[in-house]
Ligand binder design. Structure first.
Ligand code: ZN
Ligand code: ZN
Length: 383
């Protein structure tokens, strides 16, 4: 141990997150990597509104009502705010299992499956849980090394498991999931209203001045796609269903399984989806961590060194066993497994209750985040 030089560097956790996301504003903003279509969305909304304000509004404000541009501005600002809220937030990404936790889960699965003879396919990695007297299968994610909680799915574009995954939306440049679905819905709803508003007054303008306008035709096509999308999501919300479940036919067709999340009441479903509690991000993107780099800088040698130290002598920071998944808690217990990959939070946001009770796990890889119990950093801890 004495031969190894330990250099410490304070970084934020978002810098080490393994998914295919991009971050800016020091981790406050989180998006998918492909953002081209998002810029197109922004351009189309701003462009259409700019044309409306420039060519339609002056005439309508003078000859019809000055309230028209005011309403249009308010709607426009709301649409942009909801779009940015959807695009820039964490959709509900589940942290991947730490190497120790992954090893533990793998061992547990192998023990349960027994020895699979060579050449035979191992049984699928699933766990059954009961939700509102329906059996729901939890699938194992080979990338994130976790049993996905109910309704979670792995987004291949962002390379993350996302809670209550709805779909990956290139138009907003982000996944739509548990944490941003309602903002996504409000975005489509307000955009529908804005499009209807602009379309209606563009027609009024045409009729009043008896002029031809290509603008009306553009609005007409936009109208159907946006209003159609809003209608589809209104239907999904009334059933408490996600786009992902609808496409897969999880609660219909040959499966004949009733949706266990539905309250069988449209109002209750709408209230839960749109007005239910807002969930804190479990990623703790802006949390501080100490990165240790061991010298010699050769990562393989350093990893081997850490492995040896692990067995031989106590580490400078306290090392605790990974939090095993609780088989006797047949519910969303698996989020606990994932939540346990969280370090003690140094974030401005207070962590969720189960994060606080879990031991801060350690990462044996020197290139990966290392937890820290440094007293200096403890002072920065805000609850
Ligand atoms: Zn995954
Ligand atoms: Zn995605």
């Amino acid at each position: 141990m004495s031969a190894v030089m330990v250099a410490k560097k304070v970084t934020r956790k978002w810098e080490k997150l393994p998914g295919k996301n991009t971050f800016c504003c020091d981790g406050r903003v989180m998006m998918a990597r492909q953002k081209g279509v998002f810029y197109l969305t922004l351009f189309l909304i701003v462009g259409t509104c700019a044309l409306f304000f420039a060519f339609e509004c002056p005439y309508l404000a003078i000859n019809l009502s000055p309230a028209i541009p005011v309403v249009a501005v308010v709607l426009f600002l709301f649409v942009v705010a909801m779009l940015l809220r959807t695009s820039f937030s964490d959709p509900g990404v589940l942290p991947r299992a730490l190497p120790e936790e992954a090893t533990f889960i793998e061992m547990e699965i192998e023990a349960a499956n027994g020895n699979v003879p060579a050449g035979q396919r191992p049984p699928p990695r699933i766990r059954n849980v009961q939700i509102n007297s329906q059996i729901v299968k939890l699938k194992y994610c080979y990338t994130c090394k976790i049993f996905r909680p109910p309704r979670a799915s792995h987004c291949s574009i962002c390379d993350n498991c996302v809670e209550r995954f709805d779909h990956h939306c290139p138009w907003v440049g982000n996944c739509v999931g548990k944490r941003n679905y309602r903002y996504f819905y409000l975005f489509t709803l307000s955009l529908s209203l804005l499009t209807i508003f602009i379309f209606s007054f563009a027609i009024v303008h045409v009729v009043m001045r008896s002029v031809d306008s290509g603008f009306v035709v553009v609005c007409f096509f936009t109208l159907w796609s946006v209003v159609g999308l809003t209608g589809f999501h209104t239907y999904l919300i009334s059933l408490n269903q996600t786009t992902n479940e609808d496409i897969k036919g999880s609660w219909s067709g040959k499966n004949r399984i009733q949706n266990p999340y539905s309250h069988r009441n449209i109002m209750k479903n709408c209230c839960e989806v749109l007005c239910g509690p807002a969930y804190p991000s479990v990623l703790d993107r802006r949390g501080l961590m100490l990165e240790r780099s061991l010298h010699p800088a050769n990562p393989t040698a350093a990893a081997a060194q850490v492995g040896k130290n692990n067995n031989a002598e106590p580490q400078p920071t306290e090392r605790k066993a990974p939090c095993p998944p609780d088989e006797h808690a047949p519910d969303d217990a698996n989020p606990n497994v994932t939540a346990s990959t969280e370090d003690v939070s140094y974030n401005e946001k207070s962590p969720s209750p189960n994060q606080e009770t879990l031991p801060p796990p350690q990462d044996p890889s020197p290139s990966l985040p290392e937890d820290n119990t440094d007293a200096a950093l403890d002072k920065e801890k805000v609850h």
